[in-house]
Each structure stands twice: as C-alpha cells, then as structure tokens.
Design a protein around this ligand. Structure first.
Ligand SMILES: Cc1cc2nc3c(=O)[nH]c(=O)nc-3n(C[C@H](O)[C@H](O)[C@H](O)COP(=O)(O)OP(=O)(O)OC[C@H]3O[C@@H](n4cnc5c(N)ncnc54)[C@H](O)[C@@H]3O)c2cc1C
Ligand SMILES: *[C@@H]1O[C@H](CO)[C@@H](O)[C@H](O)[C@H]1NC(C)=O
Ligand SMILES: *[C@@H]1O[C@H](CO)[C@@H](O)[C@H](O)[C@H]1NC(C)=O
Ligand SMILES: *[C@@H]1O[C@H](CO)[C@@H](O)[C@H](O)[C@H]1NC(C)=O
Length: 607
C-alpha cells in the first residue's frame, strides 16, 4: 500500500487547487475524476480513503471547503478541544429562535477544515445499542441492522489498551482501524466519583458498554492517540489511502451538475463557488454533513417544490424529504463549584501561568491537564432514573406522530422495558460547560473550579428541518430543530435535569462540591425546573436525519444503497442519512455508515 506524501502542495495559477499527492495519474489539475466526494469531513475522508484503496485504477477527488488544519494545536491537543468553536475552522450555523426555548438561538458548530466536525468535536467515542440499529433496518433498510453496522463500526477504530484507573473489558472494541481510541489515564477526582455515585443510584458498572448493550455506568474511550497524546480523527484514514486520492482544499461546492431529459436525471459532476466545473465520470458523493448536504441538493434543484421556488431555484427532481426529519439530542446541565482542594480543569481558563506550564508538560509528553479528554457516562432507562415513568410514557403517546414510522419506532424502544435502548444519558463533565460560559474576570465565580453534569434525552420526538435561504451558496441555511417541541421532550428534559441534581447530592460526588452554580439549589419545583430548562436547554451537537435513508413514501431521500431517489450517480454519505437518532454520540455510527458505503459502492464498480 502506498502512503500519501503530505506537504507536497500543488497550486494552479488560480491558487484554488491544492493536492496532497504529487504523483500518479490523478492530479488536482484534472478536470474530471471517477468519484467526487463533496466534503473532507468525518464520513467524507473515510469513504474516500476506502474507495481509493479498493478501486486503485479510479481517480478519487475530495473537495473540502476548509483548510488543512493538521498543524493546528487547537485541533490536535485534546485539552484544547472546544477552543476552535466559533473560530476560523467553524461554519457556525445558528438555529432560528426556538419558541419553546424562550426564543433562544442555538449555534451549531460544524467543522470547516480537513476532518470536518471530527476535528472540532469533544472526542467522545461510544456506541448505540443493538435494537436501535435493527430499527434502522426495520424502517426499510436491508443490511443496516446491528449485524452489519457493528463490524463496519469496529473497522474504523484501534482500541489502545492501557493500564490505569479507567478500565474496560474485552467485548465491543475494534483493533487495527485508523481512528485511535483509548480510555483516559488520569480522570480528575470528580470524574472518578462517577461509577460509585451512579452505583449508589442503582446503576451497575458496565465494563463492555460498546458491545451494543450500553446500559449502566461506564468509562468509555476518547479518540485519543496514546503515543503522543493527540486527537485522532478522520484524517487518520488518509495515510492508508492510495495515491489515486486527491484533496482540494479551500474549495466550496456550489451545486451538483445534473443532466436530465425525459428518461431521467444523472449527476455528472459539480460546480464550485466561482463557477469552475469538475466532471465525475462515475459518481458524486455528498458528505457535507446533516446541515449542509441538504443545501447542496436544494441548490442543485433537488428538493421540495415550495422551498425551491421560494429560493428562486428551478426544481429538477421533486424530493419532499430533503432537509426534513431533522433530529438531535437535547442537552441540559447542572454545575457545581468544587471544594478548593479538589483539582479541576478550569484552572487552565483562569490561570495563564498554570496553563503555560501544563501546555509545556504536554509538549514534553509528560502528565498534563491537557491530556484529559472526557471519560465517564451513565446510560439508563427512565424507570431506572425516576422510578415511576408513567407520566413520561403517557406524554410520549401524546407526542408521537402516528403517521410517522420513525416516531413509532422511537415509541416502541421507549415503552419496551427490555429494549436495551437507553432513554437518558448522563455525563460527568470536567470544568464549567454551562450555557452562561465560565464566569468573567471580576465576577464572583471567577477563579474557581467546576464540575458539570450533563443530561441527554436520547430519543426526542420533535422533528425539525434545514433548508436553503435563497439561491446564494454563501447564505447560511435556515435551521429549525424545534427543540422542546413536544410535551414529552419538555418533560423528559426536566426529568433529566432533576436526575442530575439527584446525582450531585449522592455520595461520593456530593462530598466534592461547595455550591450548585447552575441552576442553584433554590430551584426546586417542577415549574422552576421548567423555566431553567427552557432558558438553558442546549444541543449535544448531533443533528442528523435530513437526507434520511427511508422509503421515499416515508420522507426518504436516499435508498438503502445511499442513492438519491430519482437521480443516477448521486449518493449521500454522512450523518444526514441516519433515519432515526440513536442513544450515543454519533460519530462511531457515522464511520460505520462510511465504511458500509465504501463496501456498497466498491461492490458496484469492482471488476
Ligand atoms: C462541538 C461538537 C462536539 C461534538 N462532540 C462529539 C463527540 O464527543 N462524540 C461524537 O461521537 N460526536 C460528537 N459530535 C458530533 C460529530 O462530531 C458529528 O456528528 C460528525 O463529525 C459529523 O460528521 P459528518 O461526516 O456528517 O459531517 P462533517 O464531519 O461536518 O463533515 C462535513 C464536511 O463537509 C465540508 N463541506 C460542507 N459543505 C461543503 C461544500 N459545499 N463544499 C465543500 N465542502 C463542504 C465541511 O467543511 C466538512 O469538512 C460533536 C459535534 C460538535 C459540533
Ligand atoms: C487555505 O486557506 C488558508 C486561509 O486562507 C491558508 O492559510 C491555507 O494555506 C490554504 N491552503 C490549504 C491547503 O490549507
Ligand atoms: C502524533 O503522532 C502521529 C502518528 O504518528 C503523527 O502523525 C502526528 O504528527 C503526531 N503529532 C504531534 C503533534 O506530535
Ligand atoms: C497560577 O498557577 C501558578 C503555577 O501553578 C501558581 O504558582 C499561582 O499561585 C497560580 N495563581 C493563582 C491566582 O491561582
């Protein structure tokens, strides 16, 4: 296998095109390629790499809107995760004001850099459960159940086993894949309280929680390369690519070029912002992510009549599902000022001397606060969290859109006590990560360390949409997730918040803090919690489902081979194809989708 020669940058007279490989028949200057992958993000680099390996005689082009970013410490130092949000590598896509969240606008961060959102995300590496993937299959997608998705997900990872406090069993992790994952060596004291605290609340320690059965309290891996303590992400696929893979940086795709007549419609290539056209002899694959792939389809004339005509775009393919079915995980959090003797990670925010010392330790590969990358979770059914789940289940029945098969699946997982699909995730977060932001200098909370507990509603019923806002590719899409849009979603988020308080007041965690910072112990009644939830509900940044793999009559955009309905030679491979949200941070599922996509596409073209 040939590796890519990084750093050998070719540039045309325009200064637009850059390649990472200097050899071979496939050059960035070419005007046609066999496959064009739009978006060098999480799924994009995985599918592109696997195609380049399996089809060595084809030329594969990745077009990425952002820069390279591999030399950016804010990306590769685990302890600096989060520092890129809102910066130059971020598309920053705000929602429209969310009526049920007091009219607040919630920003969606999205990577605009090689690796996409895997370059910006918070490193959590976990996995949803057997019945949820089986639900994908049962929704009309043969081959997408646990049986096929599990091996596909395992292919992406290499679990680096270590000694130390955070232990994992054997089942559920993969070896030999490109993304390096590991348990953190030194969780902070307040995170070490996770397993015993949840244990005191009746949750068993699950040592093999990535094997499709995640219920319990558990340490789980982060995408963390142990050898030099760096972020591992989708760019780690690239050294495995053939020299037939070419990457074009800083180049934004405006639309897919379509040839159409009375016989049908076929994708023939793409047009970049600025007008340059590139041909795809075999296929165009959209991997722009769930908030941007629908935009490319719509700008190309594929989508709902009403949306397209409002934007002044001629409809070429009528596909009502484009941009619909938007689902996300609802997040709520409570935070605690730690006792002065309990170490915390906020010190890196308020003490620049200490931050410099720790960064220097990191650079010299010595134990450093900048190595820490998140670690301990609980996954549970509502019954385990709140005992009597009758009210929630009643509200769930009221919140379901009975005409929608995805909603009905969610309800069946929720109401089946033995589904094994968790309803609630809780996270023992490090440092202050509430919606107010770390207290500013000169305010009372400054100079303190905090622990934040996060709660995530795993299968909310609200479904929103993302659509273009006019014909200009530079305009951000209109994103409306309808957060807290059903009675169930609101009540579930309130129950999640109350459970976080219960965790905080349970030993041993309860002995580590002096005061509750968010919302504060004065918040007690359901009405007070509701106000807090409406003012502070947030996202786990898992928007998905907007080019859903579903039967067309159910709002589907792609078929089980990820082909866009009504268009030849056009697929979507990213989080947008996920039909139903699952109870985990979603990147492992996305890599699984990319791996399966590569197998499906290769099977079609191998000779
Ligand atoms: C702040 C944050 C924290 C997160 N934390 C976690 C976590 O800890 N664990 C977890 O599992 N998940 C996490 N997620 C979610 C996860 O990272 C994403 O769901 C996932 O990376 C999305 O992958 P994707 O391939 O669908 O899209 P992306 O990775 O976003 O890739 C899309 C790519 O397409 C490019 N692109 C878009 N439009 C165009 C265009 N027109 N032309 C050219 N290029 C284009 C983009 O620049 C980008 O590189 C987090 C997300 C965020 C925002
Ligand atoms: C892309 O653009 C950025 C910002 O203008 C620039 O620094 C970088 O060199 C360009 N090319 C690549 C390959 O990142
Ligand atoms: C860390 O190691 C990887 C794999 O060897 C390497 O590609 C990367 O450049 C290293 N990063 C740093 C910052 O040392
Ligand atoms: C900041 O950190 C340095 C180095 O650990 C320490 O000497 C100093 O006392 C700290 N300052 C504050 C205000 O905590």
């Amino acid at each position: 296998m040939r590796g890519l020669t990084f750093g050998f940058i070719l540039a045309t007279g325009l200064g637009l095109l850059h390649g990472v490989n200097g050899h071979g028949r496939c050059h960035v200057e070419n005007r046609d390629f066999d496959f064009i992958i739009v978006g060098g993000g999480t799924a994009g680099l995985a599918v592109a790499t696997q195609l380049s390996r399996a089809l060595p005689y084809e030329c594969v082009l990745v077009i990425e809107a952002g820069p390279d970013g591999r030399d950016e410490p804010k990306i590769y130092v685990p302890g600096l995760r989060g520092s890129t949000l809102g910066g130059v590598y971020d598309w920053v896509l705000p929602t429209v004001p969310q009526a049920a969240a007091n009219g607040r606008t919630i920003p969606h961060n999205r990577g605009k850099v090689l690796g996409g959102t895997s370059a910006l995300n918070l490193l959590v590496w976990n996995r949803a459960t057997v019945k949820e993937f089986d639900a994908w299959e049962e929704l009309g997608n043969p081959g997408w159940g646990w049986k096929n998705m599990y091996p596909a997900m395992l292919k992406a990872e290499n679990f680096q086993r270590q000694d130390g406090i955070a232990q994992y069993g054997n089942d559920g992790v993969g070896y030999g894949g490109p993304v390096q994952v590991s348990l953190v060596e030194n969780p902070p004291a307040h995170v070490q309280a996770c397993i015993p605290t949840l244990g005191n609340l009746g949750l068993e320690n699950n040592l093999e929680s990535l094997n499709g059965h995640s219920i319990g309290a558990e340490y789980q891996p982060a995408m963390h390369r142990v050898s030099n303590h760096t972020r591992s992400y989708s760019v780690d696929y690239l050294p495995r690519a053939g020299d037939n893979l070419v990457i074009m940086f800083n180049s934004t795709v405006h639309k897919v070029n379509l040839d159409y007549d009375w016989r049908g419609t076929k994708a023939t290539g793409v047009t970049l912002v600025g007008g340059k056209e590139i041909k795809a002899k075999k296929e165009v694959i959209l991997s722009g992510g769930s908030l941007l792939s629908p935009k490319i389809l719509e700008l190309s004339g594929i989508g709902q009549k009403a949306v397209l005509s409002k934007a002044g775009i001629r409809q070429i393919v009528d596909l009502p599902g484009v941009g619909e079915n938007l689902q996300d995980h609802l997040r709520i959090q409570t935070s605690y000022e730690l006792k002065p003797e309990i170490p915390g990670l906020d010190v890196l925010k308020y003490n620049t001397t200490r931050a410099a010392i720790e960064l220097d330790l990191w650079r010299r590969s010595q134990t450093s606060l900048y190595q820490y990358s998140g670690s301990c979770y609980g996954f549970l059914k509502w019954k385990q969290a709140i005992g009597n789940d009758e009210k929630l289940l009643r509200l769930a029945h009221q919140s379901v859109d009975w005409s929608n098969p995805v909603d009905r699946k969610k309800l069946s997982l929720l109401t089946d006590a033995y589904s094994g699909a968790p309803d609630l995730e809780v996270v023992f977060g490090d440092g202050y990560i509430g919606t107010k932001g770390y207290p500013a200098k000169g305010t009372p909370g400054h100079g303190k360390n905090y622990a934040t507990l996060l709660g995530g509603v795993q299968h909310p019923f609200s479904r929103g949409s993302v659509h273009i806002n006019g014909p200009d590719p530079a305009t951000k899409p209109i994103i409306d997730p309808k957060y807290l849009g059903t009675a169930f979603d609101l009540e579930a988020t309130i129950q999640a918040a109350k459970y976080l308080r219960k965790m905080a007041t349970t030993a041993p965690f309860k002995d580590l803090w002096v005061s509750e910072f968010d919302p504060g112990l004065s918040v007690e009644t359901d009405a007070e919690w509701e106000t807090y939830v409406r003012n502070n509900v947030f996202t786990f940044f898992h928007p998905l489902g907007t080019c859903a793999m579903l039967p067309k009559k159910n709002g589907g955009v792609v078929d089980p081979e990820l082909r866009v309905y009504g268009v030849q030679s056009l697929r979507v491979v990213d989080a947008s194809v996920i039909p139903m949200i699952v109870s985990a941070h979603i990147q492992t599922a996305i890599y699984g989708i990319a791996e399966r996509a590569a197998t499906i596409i290769t099977d079609q073209y191998r000779w």
